[in-house]
Design a protein around this ligand. Structure first.
Ligand code: HEM
Length: 410
């Protein structure tokens, strides 16, 4: 296969790196997102120079993928990578040398990987699978639609035109990270993360060429390391906050183990260790600084949310219908976000969830003997949990994550 020259690769990387480092890459737009003051001392690295990660992208993946796109070899690369699915599998023959070198490095787990914690995480994921399915799908999924830079990037990139497939690909990551062998030789999470890193690099190259993106986006080059951490908080941090709010009993070591799987996830997606929180406390602090203040509606996000809320209708006529998914979203993310997403009020469901969800969880977890509502409502909540988790996890059918070659068609 044609191998892009090293010079081109270095030139592309040099430009992006230099512009970023000099703060010339849309500093005004990137900086309107939030200032970065989170201390590197709270990270898994324990220290770091504290450069604002809004100005750091992926210095290793970006130039390699830019060169592949410029050279028109991405379709062949995708074809080869389709066969690469297991963590321990050698890379396919025939990949361009720079890509191969990058991927060999990117597939290495961080030195701080703790296998004992990963084993404990398996227990957590097994015990809490139902809650996790619903929370990833509805809390994280709906929250992503009010993270403007993410909603816009998703909407104007290739996958935005086919949200069902896109959701399936994203669900694959949620499924892979929770699998018992996630980071083990026979697992798939390393492959999924490395491929996602390549996809993100392609998006950084392609989206700035989209006229609509250029008009509406808060930053010129998307998916900075700060952006990745913002989205990260919509996932494990939000999930853990909700589990705590519902008073689901989680032993300390399981909670730490769940965090660990996601710390490795962030590292494997190319985030520098100095931005990855070492503890839940540090994660909550970082989320309060970078996620909470930027949540806002966009027309594109409202469209994406509408598609997510309609997902259940295709498979179920009752319990995971649009009104119930909408009401559950309101219950989890609050009236303001529900209002932004134009989710109608559902008097019955809104009141049922506000009054009876917490006791339902308490009974389920053995902390309360008697459910104060009707047995029919208990059954409905239980069935909702089961079907919603199945809906979001079943979206993770075998599917191949591929490097895009264009944006959403205009
Ligand atoms: C693609 C996960 C952060 C925008 C993907 C894919 C996954 C993924 C699994 C591949 C699915 C696909 O190709 O459709 C994640 C995770 C993140 C993260 C776990 C953070 C923890 C972000 C952020 C943005 C973003 C911060 C934007 C600001 C995109 C876009 C695509 C993509 C535009 C490509 C969709 C396409 O092919 O058109 N991401 N992502 N992601 N991601 Fe992310």
């Amino acid at each position: 296969m044609y191998d892009p020259t090293r010079r081109k690769v270095l030139a592309a990387g040099g430009l992006l790196g230099a512009l970023g480092a000099m703060g010339m890459m849309s500093p005004a737009r990137a900086r309107t997102l939030t200032e970065w003051s989170w201390p590197a001392g709270d990270s898994v690295a324990g220290s770091g120079p504290g450069v604002d990660p809004h100005l750091i992208w992926d210095a290793k993946a970006d130039p390699v993928v830019s060169a592949l796109l410029d050279d028109g070899v991405v379709p062949q690369v995708n074809e080869l990578l389709r066969k690469w699915t297991r963590n321990d599998q050698p890379l396919p023959q025939g990949l361009p040398r720079d890509l191969r070198d990058f991927m060999e490095e990117a597939r290495e787990l961080p030195s701080w990987t703790d296998q004992d914690k990963l084993a404990t995480a398996v227990e957590f994921n097994e015990k809490r699978g139902l809650y996790l399915g619903v929370l990833y799908g509805l809390a994280s999924g709906m929250m992503s639609t009010v993270i403007p830079q993410e909603a816009l990037a998703v909407y104007y990139s290739k996958g935005g035109a086919d949200m069902k497939t896109r959701i399936a690909k994203t669900a694959k990551l949620g499924y892979d990270i929770g699998a018992s062998n996630a980071y083990k030789p026979d697992g798939e999470m390393v492959v999924t993360a490395v491929k996602t890193r390549l996809v993100h690099a392609a998006v950084r190259h392609l989206l700035p060429q989209s006229p609509r993106w250029a008009e509406v986006a808060p930053e010129e080059v998307p998916i900075s390391q700060a952006d990745i951490m913002v989205t990260w908080h919509s996932l494990p941090t939000t999930v853990m906050q909700k589990l705590a709010a519902w008073e689901v009993p989680i032993p300390e070591e399981e909670s730490e183990a769940f965090l660990h799987t996601w710390q490795i996830g962030a590292h494997m997606l190319g985030v520098d260790d100095e931005y990855i929180p070492a503890t839940w406390e540090a994660a909550d602090d970082q989320a309060a600084q970078v996620l909470d203040p930027i949540l806002a509606p966009t027309r594109e996000g409202v469209d994406l949310a509408d598609i997510l809320l309609g997902l259940g209708e295709e498979v179920d006529l009752g319990i995971i219908s649009r009104p119930v998914l909408g009401s559950f979203t309101r219950f989890m993310l609050g009236d303001e976000i529900a209002g932004w997403l134009e989710i109608p009020r559902e008097p019955f469901w809104d009141r049922a969830l506000d009054t009876f969800w917490d006791p339902f969880v308490a009974v389920r977890e053995g902390a309360l003997d008697r459910f104060p509502g009707t047995s029919g409502l208990y059954w409905t909540f239980d069935e909702f949990l089961r079907r919603a988790a199945l809906l979001f996890l079943s979206e993770a059918k075998p599917i191949s994550i591929e490097i895009p070659t264009h944006n959403r068609p205009e």
